[in-house]
Design a protein around this ligand. Structure first.
Ligand code: GLY
Ligand code: MN
Length: 462
């Protein structure tokens, strides 16, 4: 049972804002190939956070100065009832979330126009759907192409502040998404055998999410070519000796996400070479959880994890020189060209639509432009209640190795002759979802998906 207090959230938002109107357009149906054949409806996460109504065609408005709250939308017609069954009225929906005023959708324009006429500020968040842009253009008289320049930073920052710290009901819901993710990943492990098509396994695990009335939290990544970070091509037949990387999660019916990655040996037994690299990534993964706590920045956690990676690769002869200097220079990014993790919540990359730099960084912790570190979506100081992914990886990307080698990059830190022999290795990523607690951090989900070499081989050979 998911039970958020939307009224309390709207009040908290209002207290963070100075004056004006706040406009929250909900999402509309998104047609796939003709208007009546739409993609599965997905409500806007901010609208959901403050208004909780999972229906297309709604708009929420908060008057910061008077405290009035409005829900706009059209009641269904008899024709709609015949095709879709009975639906709650807009007034009933407004009552369910304690919004005082409700009106037909066309009335939004009146209250927004009146506010603009009085010279009041109308705050809105960055739109990301084109129909929403056209709607805002019509309401505000700002051309769609110019809407971004007029987005309310005051609102953006207030919403990020609130949504970053997860409430107990949100954590419970994320854990429900994690439990579905557990079933998806353990199923993928059991099916991972030579001769099986990647697409078959991807389809089965997507079906698990669907069987809970959920959907995937993002398009499943499943490939024996895991060195391609976001490989959505599921066209290969699994081959013995390869590693299958699965990065997938579920989004619950209440729209909270999970995001997990596991990498397993096709056929169920790691080779020694695979074990060597795999165990380094396990050490990186566990190091993050040991190190993450309120007051620490996630950027520091990322950098420390990169040092564990570089030390492991040095021990294997792939890297050389001083580990701290190698990481400071960015040499390890040949093997891990991405960040350690991102915020997660209603969006798998939580609030990315509001501007990743505002979600993951602040005045104190600034983004880097260094290759690898520049891809760290979340860097700032951790607070109790943050939910973040911990997803270190180690990849052998032939094109990147060739490029760096030809440019003689980081020759003090990289043993290219040894690295060359790993070009057929593929890639490993391990990912869990982490809650920052008062004193440290913990993994989310009732059971941790098998992680160690022993746990993975055990479940694959049961
Ligand atoms: N799991 C996909 C991503 O984090 O980008
Ligand atoms: Mn992720």
């Amino acid at each position: 049972m998911f039970n958020a207090n939307y009224q309390q959230r709207r009040e908290a938002l209002r207290r963070k804002m100075t004056s004006g109107l706040i406009l929250f357009p909900g999402n509309n149906e998104a047609p796939c190939n003709y208007p009546d054949n739409a993609y599965k409806f997905r409500q806007d996460s901010c609208f959901l956070y403050f208004f909780g109504i999972n229906q297309p065609g709604m708009t929420g408005v908060i008057d910061i100065d008077s405290g009035d709250e409005y829900l706009f939308g059209d009641d269904v017609t008899m024709d709609d009832i015949i095709w879709m069954g009975p639906q709650p009225t807009v007034r009933e929906m407004a009552d369910s979330i304690r919004v005082g005023k409700s009106a037909p959708a066309c009335e939004v324009k009146k209250i927004v126009s009146e506010a603009l006429r009085q010279g009041r500020t109308v705050h809105y968040l960055p739109p990301y759907r084109h129909d929403t842009m056209l709607y805002l253009e019509d309401l505000l008289g700002i051309r769609a192409a110019e809407l971004k320049a007029h987005v309310s930073m005051e609102l953006t920052r207030a919403v990020i502040d609130l949504r970053s710290v997860k409430e107990p009901c949100e954590i419970e819901e994320i854990e429900r998404a994690c439990d579905i993710g557990y079933e998806m990943h353990t199923t993928a492990m059991r099916l991972c055998k030579p001769g099986v098509k990647e697409q078959y396994i991807a389809g089965i695990i997507d079906g698990i999410a669907a069987s809970y009335g959920s959907m995937n939290s993002f398009a499943t990544i499943l490939s024996q070519n895991g060195e391609t970070l976001h490989n959505h091509n599921h066209g290969n037949i699994l081959e013995a000796g390869k590693l299958m990387l699965t990065d997938a999660g579920a989004e619950t019916v209440n729209n909270y996400c999970s995001d997990f990655t596991r990498t397993v040996p096709v056929g169920g037994r790691f080779t020694n070479r695979q074990k060597d690299i795999y165990n380094i990534v396990v050490a990186c993964h566990d190091h993050a959880i040991d190190f993450a706590r309120p007051g620490q920045t996630w950027k520091e956690v990322h950098i420390n994890v990169c040092k564990v990676l570089a030390q492991g690769l040095k021990d294997l002869g792939l890297m050389k020189g001083n580990v701290d200097e190698a990481v400071a220079a960015g040499a390890h990014a040949l093997f891990m060209p991405h960040g350690l993790g991102h915020m997660m919540g209603m969006d798998v990359h939580d609030m990315e639509g509001l501007g990743q730099v505002y979600v993951g960084y602040d005045d104190e912790t600034r983004p880097s432009s260094q290759f690898g570190l520049a891809s760290l979506r979340m860097g700032r100081r951790l607070q109790e209640g943050f939910v973040i992914t911990d997803e270190p990886g180690c990849y052998f990307i032939p094109a990147l190795i060739d490029k760096w080698r030809s440019e003689h990059l980081f020759t003090d830190f990289l043993n290219y002759d040894v690295i060359e022999t790993y070009k057929d290795f593929g890639g490993i990523r391990l990912e869990d979802d982490v809650l920052i607690t008062a004193t440290g951090s913990r993994f989310l989900g009732q059971k941790r998906i098998p992680l160690t070499v022993e746990e993975v081989e055990h479940i694959m050979n049961e």
